[in-house]
Design a binder for this molecule. Structure first.
Ligand code: HEC
Length: 255
């Protein structure tokens, strides 16, 4: 209070702002270009007269609007990309071309397929074993037979200590499932060992098919038949087939 008496605040007269009409006011407003305008690099409409190109067709004028920056970026970008691509794949040869990629994929698939087949082959058992007389399988089977079985069964399956494997008579069944089973589990008390531990399922399957292929070869010095005669059915009966209806239709319709 005392201060105020010593130094009174001077009186300030309020300045009256001039009242503008709408158009003048609008012109004073800062113009913010919209995102759209920015993106398309559009110039404000007032500058249009500066952009007119000096020619007209039937009174139609053309404006020289600049190309938007992003478009130029893309446009030159594609050129740079193309040059790099050409260099990488065709000139420098760093990348694999389509044909090579195809080869690579095929090679990869081949390995995977082999691995898959190997895996599925090793799940074969006496129930799922299939008749297979492809030369490769019989060849495999023969090799396995020669290294493991000839000592007891003879080089042609004619039989030595073990029974004749080339005739129609079997001690433990002559269909493919039984033969597979005999080899897999053996008949230890009679001197035929179980091969489960030494041969994998695929090998047992191969040697089984090889033994079945010996049937009717009448090797020299064949041992006398032992066991029961196995009806020489077509071995292909053992091939995997679509399961048939187990009910005999003739029985059903007979009545
Ligand atoms: C140490 C001798 C010996 C060896 C090695 C041997 N076996 Fe045998 N095998 C026998 C004897 C003995 C029998 C008969 C078993 C019986 O009397 O029940 C037999 C039976 C069989 C039978 C059943 C025959 C029938 O009439 O049912 C098959 C199949 C067979 N062997 C396959 C093989 C295969 C395949 C190998 C090689 C991987 C092999 N054996 C190795 C001794 C052998």
């Amino acid at each position: 209070m005392y201060q105020e008496q010593l130094n009174p605040t001077p009186y300030i007269e309020t300045v009256k702002e001039p009242v503008l009409d709408y158009d003048t006011w609008l012109k004073q407003q800062p113009v913010k270009p919209s995102i759209w305008t920015k993106l398309l690099s559009l110039r404000p409409i007032e500058e249009e007269k500066d952009l007119v190109i000096d020619h007209t067709y039937d009174g139609i004028k053309e404006l020289n609007n600049p190309v938007p920056a992003w478009f130029n970026f893309l446009f030159y970008g594609t050129m740079i990309f193309a040059a790099a691509y050409l260099f990488y794949y065709h000139i420098g040869g760093y990348g694999d071309l389509q044909d090579q990629e195809y080869e690579n994929e095929m090679a990869k698939a081949k390995i995977e397929k082999a691995a898959y087949l190997e895996k599925s082959a090793n799940t074969i058992d006496e129930n799922s074993v299939k008749f297979d007389d492809t030369p490769a399988v019989l060849e495999d089977g023969k090799t396995i037979f020669n290294t493991n079985c000839v000592v007891c069964h003879g080089d042609k399956g004619q039989g030595i200590i073990g029974p004749n494997l080339a005739d129609d008579y079997w001690l433990h069944g002559g269909n493919i499932n039984s033969v597979f089973k005999t080899i897999k589990y053996g008949v230890p008390e009679k001197g035929m060992i179980s091969w489960e531990k030494n041969l994998n399922p695929k090998q047992i399957s191969a040697v089984t098919n090889f033994i079945l292929s010996l049937k009717g070869t009448n090797p020299a010095g064949a041992k006398a038949p032992q066991g029961e005669k196995y009806e020489a059915k077509n071995p292909k009966d053992n091939e995997m087939k679509v399961l048939k209806d187990s009910v005999n239709k003739a029985d059903v319709t007979k009545k």
